[in-house]
Design a protein around this ligand. Structure first.
Ligand code: SAM
Ligand code: GPP
Ligand code: MG
Length: 288
């Protein structure tokens, strides 16, 4: 890490795919992410949950509506991170958390603000790591919140170092057995793992065309719900809570589809959630 906190050393990606994903996120600058993060300096790359506050949206014709809509979409995305943090259990100021696939670091900041703990984030994108570290510096929390360029499947953290760890919409870029083997190593015995993820529904049969569209849009590989539970069981992670957040995320998508910030992927999410082929889940598991 160079003096100005930038990620000077960028390790070679473990695979050509990871090199592509690193480039994808290094180049990403979608207004739907930057404009929402500009609301309060928490930059997310995940989706929202909860009821839309229509009173807060106000009159669509008063010239300030788009600004209020952006604030409401951001509020729902931050609410999603709060729900993830709710399931990490009791985390103390001396604990360490790992954010696997940390993006621009919004969830890391929220975790430190809630628990006072250390939060270590990993991302394939040097641009995201630099952005997250710059935000931590601006907030004066760089001693506790740090992002690095690193493969979440092969982190530098000590065995048993973390009291908690999570994947917030980042598990669809890796093999789940490899992923949960690393979380199981880094987590202390009795530690808590949480993920919020989209997964295809085995009841539908195979990934639907909508799920395939989402995979193509993000160059990711959405797993089935069955794979999550099987890979956790094989890696000493015992699910303690499974919550279907599909109904809770639809209002966010239906509001987003009316905004000027649409990216074109909204239809695939809305249709796949409605036809039952795709689910939005929270899974919290204990490292045993
Ligand atoms: C959709 S973003 C989610 C970011 C963050 N969790 C959030 O909620 O804002 C996916 C993230 O996963 C990261 N990622 C994907 N594959 C990874 C890998 N093998 N190792 C580390 N990070 C990875 C990407 O760099 C990106 O930061
Ligand atoms: C639930 C699933 C399958 C998510 C895939 C991972 C992903 C790209 C999440 C959102 O990132 P983003 O906030 O950068 O995307 P967008 O530009 O659409 O807001
Ligand atoms: Mg987004």
């Amino acid at each position: 890490m160079s003096a100005n906190g930038t990620s000077a050393f960028v390790p070679a990606p473990a695979s050509p795919y990871q090199g592509d994903i690193a480039r994808y996120w290094d180049q990403e600058a979608r207004p739907v992410n930057l404009r929402l993060g500009d609301v309060d300096g928490l930059y997310h790359h995940h989706y929202g949950i909860g009821e839309v506050d229509h009173a807060a949206l106000g009159d669509p014709g008063d010239g300030q509506y788009e600004k209020r809509l952006i604030a409401e979409l951001h509020r729902l995305e931050s609410a999603q991170a709060e729900v993830l943090l709710d399931h990490l259990g009791s985390i103390g100021r001396d604990d360490t958390l790992m954010d696997a696939g940390c993006g621009r670091g919004g969830s890391m900041v929220m975790a430190h603000q809630r628990f006072g703990c250390t939060v270590q984030g990993v991302t394939l994108s040097a641009k995201q790591a630099d952005f997250a570290n710059q935000r931590a510096n601006e907030l004066g929390i760089e001693s506790h919140v740090h992002a690095r360029v690193c493969n979440m499947l092969d982190t530098p953290f000590e065995t048993g170092q973390a009291a908690g760890s999570w994947n917030n919409e980042s598990s669809m870029y890796v093999d789940l057995h490899d992923l949960f083997a690393e979380h199981s190593r880094v987590l202390a015995v009795g530690g808590r793992y949480v993920t919020i993820t989209g997964c295809w529904n085995p009841r539908y049969g195979q990934p639907s065309k909508w799920v395939s569209q989402i995979n193509a849009h993000f160059e990711c590989n959405i797993h089935s719900r069955r794979e999550y539970l099987r890979a956790m069981a094989d890696n000493r992670l015992v699910p303690q809570t499974v919550i279907d957040l599909t109904a809770a995320t639809l209002p966010y998508w239906e509001l987003r589809a009316t905004s000027s910030l649409v990216t074109g992927i909204e239809e695939a999410f809305i249709n796949s959630y409605k036809d039952g082929s795709f689910q939005y889940l929270l899974i919290a598991a204990d490292r045993v």
